[in-house]
Write a protein that binds this ligand. Structure first.
Ligand code: BGC
Length: 399
């Protein structure tokens, strides 16, 4: 005779954009945890495209068409704000209270990015920051130069790398990549946190058009030139070019770390990572969060709450983030097996040299317009002065 249980098993379709080797290994930890609950089943809905370029529109159209997915990845911040305001997501406030999320989420501001009118609509799963350069140590040895410790030294090593037949940099051709590189990495690392916040948080368009911020776009011209020797589309293929030594460096968020891990490369030995390009050691508090589209099926709703709870639980946070290359959202977990790069990230977090993520400061519409502009710049000979002027105009119309 069957026992009466309050929870019936449900299949949960989870949409995310984690399709590279490192990402797939990390998301498998979530799937494993849900399946191990013995009640619910993870149905994987991976849709490639960084920044959710393809996954988010798919999630939105499924929701509006009355066929919502079970759970959806967004970057925490403003990406989902209109959908939250329309009441399309499950309210996680009671679950978070019951489990005391505010007591262990660190920094607790991560929860603010999930909150509207005092109610919580997402579970943050990691902290990812954009401001890193990844260097293949062997490539520099082959070129007969020291592994650089900052952007200036890296630029100075480009001729030696090229003479040794090594592409100085690999940058994928998708819009979100050139955009993140210029507006998040070069801006924060080379012009500074305050300047970045003045443009992205305060939307000071005059400052964005001014002489101090011009340094961002001048460096972008240099980065564009240093990336010209190798053509790649996906970010992880650019990382692969660095891992194999075809290219010496890539500017990319700390998710690149997952690719080095899958390739069994050791931080500090095979490769070097420099937060803030070695110039401004700072961390952006962006990252990934899951939202749960409202569903009429009660069993699905129980499975959604169970998944949210698992995603933020101690062991799953450790297992997932060690593979993902991101930092956990809990301050109370054991990270003794963190590698050199993760340790650097944790130290910056402890120092408090942090900034909001770009998606926390700007709406999805603004981010997309900036992405379009930056990829146009990247794939043409548009001058630094011209891209700066157009960028400042976008900031002027941002809310
Ligand atoms: C996400 C990362 C992901 C990266 C590339 C970013 O938007 O925050 O988790 O690894 O895109 O797919």
């Amino acid at each position: 005779m069957a026992l009466t249980t309050t929870v019936n098993a449900a299949d949960l379709e989870v949409v995310h954009w984690w399709t590279s080797g490192g990402e797939a290994a990390a998301v498998a930890e979530f799937a494993k945890a849900l399946d191990a609950s013995g009640k619910h089943k993870w149905i994987d809905g991976a849709i490639a495209g960084g920044g959710g370029t393809n996954a988010i529109p798919a999630v939105v159209s499924r929701m509006l068409g009355g066929d919502p997915v079970g759970a959806a990845q967004f970057n925490h911040g403003r990406q989902a704000e209109e959908l939250v305001a329309e009441g399309l997501f499950l309210d996680l406030t009671d679950l978070a209270k019951k489990e005391g999320w505010r007591d262990f989420v660190y920094p607790s501001s991560l929860l603010d990015a999930c909150t509207l009118d005092g109610r919580l609509y997402c579970v943050p799963v990691n902290i990812h920051s954009w401001q890193w350069i990844w260097l293949n140590n062997g490539a520099f040895a082959k070129a007969g130069v020291d592994v650089p410790s900052n952007w200036g030294e890296f630029v100075a090593s480009a001729d030696a790398l090229r003479s040794a037949g090594i592409a100085p940099m690999a940058t994928g051709s998708q819009a979100w990549q050139s955009s993140g590189l210029v507006t998040n990495v070069l801006a924060v690392s080379l012009v500074g946190s305050e300047a970045w916040a003045r443009v992205n948080v305060d939307k000071d368009a005059e400052f964005a058009a001014g002489p101090e911020y011009a340094a961002v776009f001048e460096a972008a011209e240099v980065a564009r030139d240093l990336s010209a020797d190798i053509e790649v589309t996906d970010w992880n293929l650019a990382t692969a070019a660095v891992i194999t030594g075809q290219a010496a460096a890539q500017i990319m968020g700390d998710w690149a770390q997952g690719e080095f891990a899958v390739a069994n490369a050791t931080a500090g030995e095979d490769y070097t990572c420099l937060p803030g390009l070695g110039e401004n050691k700072v961390l952006q508090l962006g990252g990934d969060a899951f939202y749960f589209p409202k569903n009429k099926d009660e069993d699905v709703e129980l499975a959604q709450l169970e998944l949210a709870s698992l995603m933020i639980s101690k062991q799953v946070q450790v297992d997932f983030n060690l593979k993902k290359g991101s930092l956990p959202v809990r301050g109370d977990v054991d990270l003794s097996s963190a590698n050199d790069c993760m340790r650097q990230g944790l130290a910056i977090l402890a120092d408090g040299n942090v900034l909001p993520g770009g998606d926390m400061a700007l709406t999805r519409d603004t981010v997309e317009s900036i992405n379009d502009l930056m990829v146009q710049f990247w794939n043409s000979d548009m001058s630094a002065a011209e891209v700066q002027k157009k960028y400042a105009a976008l900031i002027a119309s941002a809310d």
